[in-house]
Design a protein around this ligand. Structure first.
Ligand SMILES: N[C@@H](CCC(=O)N[C@@H](CS)C(=O)NCC(=O)O)C(=O)O
Length: 227
């Protein structure tokens, strides 16, 4: 049995990656929701993860009693456990490239990630415009991202980054949600890819879950006072 610990669907970009990966691949799992009350050591959030993840973060996947944490490690574990799902591209070079772009996403794009935190239910075009105007790191990340996606779509022919759905699409799904919330300008091919990602059944299901939460978490909301 696979269990996946996740937090609020509206905010938790790291939780979204393995959830979308498992769901899109048709792998059965039990979702264990841990609400973001606070990240303080005495929070319910930290208490729920005690004994499961020493880092005290979500996501965590538990499979037959084995806990695997960190979204990239989870993606690798799932791909290894379910090889028939072909979650990484089968071609060696494409697979190496997919791993590179996921690892790069995992540790990079900090300008975009810090200026535009995931908030699926919100529409914040003014914040996006100000971030683009005032933060060179956001402009640089957006350019790099658009070039990357355009190049991969051209090279592999779409509809997903490496043709068929792969870990890379799950990995970039939260970024798609951010670009959407902050209405950042993207070229037509990138927009079309974003639309295809948002139309994936797994992403639609995650989005519906996020919209249903209606849970305003102050410390995840640098730009809104209320819903
Ligand atoms: N590198 C980790 C990041 C996980 C992460 O930062 N998760 C956030 C929620 S989206 C969290 O649990 N934060 C709690 C904290 O920082 O104490 C991964 O890829 O899973």
């Amino acid at each position: 049995m696979v269990q996946l610990y996740i937090a609020n669907k509206n905010y938790s970009s790291w939780s979204m990656r393995p959830w979308v990966l498992l769901r899109q691949a048709g792998i059965d799992f039990e979702e264990i929701f841990v609400r973001f009350d606070s990240f303080a050591p005495d929070s319910q959030f930290k208490a729920a993860l005690k004994g499961i993840n020493p880092a005290g973060k979500v996501p965590v996947l538990v499979h037959d009693g084995l806990a695997v944490w960190d979204s990239l490690a989870i993606a690798e574990y799932v791909a290894e456990q379910f090889p028939e799902k072909k979650l990484w591209p089968t071609d060696r070079a494409a697979r190496a490239r997919a791993r590179s772009v996921c690892a790069d996403m995992h540790s990079g794009y900090l300008g975009l990630r810090s200026a535009c935190p995931m908030n699926i239910e919100a529409q914040l075009p003014d914040i996006g415009a100000l971030a683009l105007r005032d933060k060179p790191a956001v402009r640089a990340d957006l350019d790099r991202l658009c070039n990357l996606w355009s190049g991969l779509l051209r090279e592999h022919g779409g509809p997903m980054l490496f043709s068929d759905f792969s870990v890379a699409d799950a990995y970039f799904a939260p970024v798609v949600m951010r670009l959407n919330t902050y209405v950042l300008p993207v070229p037509a091919d990138v927009r079309a890819y974003m639309d295809r990602v948002r139309a994936l059944p797994s992403v639609k299901a995650w989005t519906l879950g996020a919209l249903a939460e209606q849970d305003f978490i102050d410390f995840e909301e640098p730009f809104r006072l209320h819903r």
